[in-house]
Structure formats: structure tokens, C-alpha cells
Ligand binder design. Structure first.
Ligand SMILES: Nc1ncnc2c1ncn2[C@@H]1O[C@H](COP(=O)(O)OP(=O)(O)OP(=O)(O)O)[C@@H](O)[C@H]1O
Length: 306
């Protein structure tokens, strides 16, 4: 096991009377991209704000590189870069003015500010916009500036709260790419409520639901853990539903209207083959067959059962 990058111990947080986060424990010892996944209101921002020292927890401990965040916030924060859900941009500054300002906030020595700003603008591919007012840039570029301010002091640990939220599909691809680049040298934790976002960008998943940690592992482990168990099948020459249900391995068939069916199964590979073979043999005119992806709600329901 490598050195501890982040350790969260018995973390709980209460806003007035309601617990938003309850008894969260995890440790990160390997570099990579960690996805903090959970539906809206699950507690992701609360955990991230606490891990970055922006919100003081009700109970529990957070250690960054072994430094207790509550006891030595200045030391611990030198290792943290944070992009909150609402990027802290000053729209009336130019990109360069704003990054100079954030470099000072991050205790970069005066003699090194200009070099650090230049380096981070190059890293985030915003150098050509350095003289532009932030308000005049697109959402994707504003998000790049948000990421630039988070890494200007070269932290080991970067926290990005919903970094692709509100961006268009092209901007999402570009920001994901940038996140993957910056994660080559450091640990990144990002939050999202979109499962495909985690699958596209992350190496590891921490899943939170109703303030509790319900899964911690690699993206592959997550995909294997939550195996979909339904197929969508479309048959132009629809057979009596009993014939489909009689195929070995099929546990139940739902009629979705027209020529569409949802087939519940116990073994994916066998059932897919058998449906294709039966369709050819009996002229059912198969036009579509695909695994149905589990929604976050279904996954959460499955995880709660395990
Ligand atoms: N300042 C606050 N005062 C009271 N309750 C709050 C406050 N901030 C968050 N909450 C509540 O705490 C719970 C967790 O919220 P949090 O913002 O951490 O969730 P989230 O997973 O980040 O959701 P989202 O994706 O919608 O931002 C929610 O029930 C939310 O309503």
C-alpha cells in the first residue's frame, strides 16, 4: 500500500437537525481519478466541501497527506486544489489577472507567480485567452479557468465538484480530457450524479446514497457487481409471449407494446444466444436486442439488498 493521500474517518455532518452525511470512512493511497457518485442530495458536495476545509464537519476526521485538516488547515490546504460546484471566478478580470490573484491566495511566492500562471495557462490550454475578460468566454473555457485556479499551486490532491455540469457535449469531452491529463501527476476526485461520466473518466468509484458510502472499488468491480439483468428485445413478427418466456434462462417477460419486450434473465450469454436462435428458427424477425443499462436508482436498490 502507498502513502496515505486522503483519509476520511467516521465523517458525519448535520445541517441544523438533519444528518446529510453519516459515518463515511475511506482512504486513498493510489493516484488515479476517483468518482464520487450519487444522486442529487446524496451528500457529495457536503463531503467535498469538508475534505477541502470549506465546511467544518460535525463529527469525524479528514487527513490530507497525513495532516489533520481541522488541526492544521493551512498545512493541509497546501496539498488541496478545489473547484467548487459554482466556480469561484471573478467575471470582470482577465484570465491572467484572475490567475495572478489566485496564485497570491495560494501563497505562491511573488517571484514565482508569473511562472506559475504561465505554466497553468499552458497546462489548461487557455494562454491564447489570457487578455480576455472571463465573462466573455464560453462555459467550457470558464471551467478550464476553474480547473487552472485549482491546480495553480501544484497540489497533490484535486477535488472537482460536478466539473462537467452545464457543459455541452463537446465541452464535456474536452474537460474530461483535461481532467485525465492533470490526473497523470496527481490524485483527482470528482463528483457526479451521472454513472456514464464515472465510467468514461474514472478509475475508482465511491458511491454515496442518502449520506452513506454504499460502494468503494474500481470501475470494473462496479460494472461486474451490478450486472444488468434485462434485455430489450424487438421482434417484428411477435410470437405469443409464452413462447419467449419458455426459453431456458428467461425468468420473466414484460410486454412493452407493439413488438417490444423486456426479457428478465438469469444468464445473459446463454439467453441472448437462445433468443437469437429461436427467432431465426421460428421467423420472429428480430430487429433489436440489447442489454438494458441499470439506472442509478436501480443500482442503489440492488446495492441496498446486498
Ligand atoms: N446549507 C445547507 N443547509 C441545510 N441543508 C443542506 C445544506 N446544504 C445541503 N443540505 C442538504 O444536505 C443533503 C446533502 O446535500 P449535498 O449538496 O451535499 O448533496 P449532493 O450529493 O452534492 O447533491 P447535488 O448533486 O444536488 O449537489 C441534502 O439533503 C441537502 O438538501
Amino acid at each position: 500500500m502507498g502513502e496515505s493521500i486522503v483519509k476520511v474517518e467516521k465523517l458525519s455532518h448535520r445541517y441544523s437537525v438533519q444528518w446529510a452525511v453519516r459515518d463515511i470512512n475511506f482512504e486513498i493511497t493510489k493516484n488515479g481519478i476517483y468518482g464520487l457518485l450519487g444522486s442529487n442530495g446524496a451528500g457529495k458536495s457536503t463531503i467535498m466541501n469538508i475534505m477541502c476545509g470549506v465546511l467544518k464537519q460535525t463529527e469525524g476526521k479528514v487527513y490530507i497527506q497525513g495532516v489533520d485538516l481541522a488541526e492544521n488547515p493551512v498545512d493541509a490546504k497546501r496539498h488541496i486544489g478545489f473547484l467548487p460546484q459554482k466556480p469561484p471566478l471573478n467575471m470582470d478580470l482577465t484570465v491572467e489577472e484572475y490567475l495572478n490573484f489566485t496564485a497570491n491566495l495560494r501563497w505562491i511566492p511573488a517571484a514565482e507567480v508569473s511562472r506559475a500562471v504561465k505554466a497553468v495557462m499552458g497546462r489548461c490550454d487557455i494562454t491564447h485567452f489570457r487578455k480576455r475578460l472571463i465573462r466573455n468566454l464560453s462555459g467550457g473555457y470558464q471551467q478550464r479557468i476553474g480547473i487552472a485556479q485549482a491546480i495553480i499551486h501544484n497540489p497533490k490532491f484535486v477535488v472537482l465538484d460536478e466539473p462537467t455540469n452545464g457543459l455541452d457535449p463537446n465541452q464535456i469531452v474536452e474537460i474530461r480530457h483535461l481532467i485525465q491529463e492533470i490526473a497523470e501527476e496527481r490524485t483527482v476526485i470528482l463528483s457526479t450524479h451521472i454513472l456514464s461520466e464515472v465510467q468514461a473518466t474514472c478509475d475508482y468509484i465511491r458511491m454515496i446514497e442518502q449520506g452513506k458510502l454504499v460502494f468503494a472499488g474500481t470501475v470494473n468491480e462496479f460494472d461486474n457487481y451490478i450486472v444488468p439483468n434485462t434485455l430489450f428485445v424487438s421482434l417484428a413478427a411477435a410470437p405469443p409471449v409464452g413462447e419467449l418466456a419458455a426459453i431456458p434462462g428467461v425468468s420473466r417477460v414484460e410486454e412493452l407494446g407493439g413488438s417490444d419486450y423486456r426479457v428478465h434473465f438469469t444468464d445473459k450469454r446463454d439467453v441472448t444466444n437462445r433468443i437469437v436462435q429461436a427467432s431465426v428458427a421460428r421467423d420472429w424477425e428480430l430487429t433489436e436486442i440489447r442489454l438494458e443499462k441499470s439506472s442509478l436508482d436501480t443500482i442503489f436498490a440492488e446495492l441496498s439488498k446486498k
